[in-house]
Design a binder for this molecule. Structure first.
Ligand code: NAD
Length: 479
């Protein structure tokens, strides 16, 4: 694709008046100019989405499913370039990017294309005066704001159900990943999405805030930090505007005392480090049974030592660079705070000596961490683990729950039933047993400071409907 700075508004590519350079994470070199939306660009995008709404929401679910299926096919054709582009932008290892940026968005579009054809737009319920027709109507113009860590997948979490429900969308991509967002535009144009149904305006936090409060928006769906989510929630509260918030996490991996440590370490490579630690659902606190504490520490040090750090474009790389110098410095700041605490650094703890360019940080493990330490309570968003010892399952559960966040978690055990009992007691939106893999047929989201609402599954589609009850007198026989 062309990397010229462009917006996609009302079915057309428009040259951006303001640009912001996108920097390649592994080299620190400029990759291209990203479009950076000004207020006038957001106004134009919202106006286009508003004009397209009546037409799109009145199409049949079957028609929308057909268009979304064509959209998915157009994304599939671009998948092998999209994955590489995102890897250059944000440092995601190619082995992950192939699926997360290449294949996943199309798969999710197909899922919601199918689901919308199976979802009753109206259902009838008996009432005291006769019957009620309960209608699902598109909620309207959607402002979708996404971060840079999984830019294609997280945009798809929002676009796929919103478009299936009959909503029109203004997508604000993050400045770090402004280039790949336009892949959606090219695919939408090729697939014949009617003009204005999807509009794409990369830009920064100021543009995002302007979009959230825009009078032409009916619903906000946001993925990003808890700090930004709180601000957006406040604005939407004042406006009484429906909002879905997918925010940060500080999830626990509870290693039970019967765990198979070989299998646990294989699983934790992804569950605790996927995407260089820049993943909201990581198990970044490791709760280790005191009876096997030294064994767990030894296994972790060995596993971390085997992680291959380097060029994210190399399919064998496990850990690539962080997205930006700012993010690297933030993570190094947390590592310093760990070194200043009573915790013990047992792996990593600095920039790898052989990485002279880009924003790399070595996979890092602190042992003997107190759960009240900053490195156990705050989301670091880098490859840094905090190991905390515990005695007994009850203490493990209490420690897991002693967090501002509640997005994810994992339980590791040779007894699935015991692990599931522990999982039931953890206050979280999602949790994995001996693995952590999102299931796009099931709701995803957080409790506490990890967010409000759910994405994915049928619940993710519901978030884009407004419900209307039509009370009718008499029996429903005529319907
Ligand atoms: P961020 O909140 O700074 O930015 C996210 C997006 O929001 C960007 O597009 C940004 O431009 C925009 N933005 C920032 N402030 C805004 C405001 N006040 N109003 C409107 N838009 C605003 O987050 P980040 O550092 O880019 O991303 C990392 C964070 O995202 C982490 O905390 C991570 O846990 C979270 N995240 C959560 C999930 C989830 O599903 N729960 C998934 C991925 C990432």
């Amino acid at each position: 694709m062309s990397t010229a700075a462009r917006f996609f508004i009302d079915g057309e590519f428009r040259a951006a008046g303001q640009v912001q350079p996108v920097i390649e994470a592994a080299t620190g070199e400029p990759l291209g100019d990203g479009a950076s939306a000004a207020e006038a660009d957001i106004d134009a995008a919202v106006a286009a989405a508003r004009s397209a709404l009546a037409g799109w929401q009145s199409t049949s679910p079957d028609h929308r499913a057909e268009v979304l299926t064509a959209f998915a096919a157009a994304l599939d054709q671009r998948a092998r370039g999209t994955d590489e582009l995102v890897t250059r932008e944000n440092g995601m290892p190619m082995s992950l990017s192939r699926g997360a940026n290449g294949r996943f968005p199309a798969a999710l579009l197909r899922y919601y294309a199918q689901l919308i054809t199976e979802t009753p737009i109206e259902d009838i319920r008996p009432s005291m005066i006769g019957h009620t027709v309960v209608r699902r109507e598109a909620i309207g113009v959607v402002a979708a704001i996404v971060p840079w860590n999984y830019p294609q997948a997280l945009a798809a979490f929002k676009l796929a159900p919103a478009l299936a429900a009959g909503c029109t969308v203004v997508l604000k991509a993050a400045p770090e990943t402004a280039l790949d967002a336009l892949v959606f535009a090219e695919a939408a144009a090729e697939a014949g999405l009617p003009r204005g149904v999807l509009n794409i305006v990369p830009g920064g936090a100021v543009a995002g805030a302007y979009l959230v409060a825009h009078p032409g928006v009916d619903k906000v769906t946001f993925t990003g930090s808890t700090a930004a989510g709180r601000t957006i929630g406040e604005v939407c509260g004042r406006l009484l505007r429906p909002v879905t918030l997918e925010l940060g996490g500080k999830s626990a991996a509870i290693i039970l005392d019967d765990a198979n440590l070989d299998a646990t370490m294989k699983g934790l490579r992804a569950a605790s480090f996927v995407n260089n630690g820049q993943t909201c659902h990581l198990s970044s606190r490791i709760l280790a049974p005191r009876s096997r504490y030294d064994e767990v520490l030894g296994a972790l040090v060995e596993m971390v030592g085997e992680l291959k750090v380097g060029d994210p474009l190399d399919m064998s790389t496990d850990i690539g660079p962080l997205v930006s110098a700012r993010q690297r410095d933030r993570v190094l700041g947390y590592i310093e705070s760990g070194k200043d605490s009573s915790a013990k650094l047992i792996a990593g703890g600095s920039v790898p000596a052989d990485q002279k360019r880009g924003w790399f940080v070595s996979p890092t493990v602190f042992a003997d961490v107190d759960n009240s330490d900053r490195i156990a309570q705050e989301e670091i968003f880098g490859p840094v683990l905090a190991v905390i010892p515990y005695d007994g399952d009850d203490e493990a559960i209490a420690l897991a729950n002693d967090s501002e966040f509640g997005l994810a978690g994992t339980v590791w055990s040779t007894d699935d039933e015991r692990a599931t009992e522990v999982a039931r007691a953890v206050r979280t939106g999602t949790i994995g047993i001996n693995d952590y893999q999102l299931d796009f047929r099931a709701p995803f989201g957080g409790v506490k400071a990890s967010g409000v609402g759910r994405e994915l599954g049928p619940e993710g589609l519901d978030a884009f409907f407004a419900l209307k009850s039509i009370y009718r007198v008499g029996p429903a026989a005529d319907r």
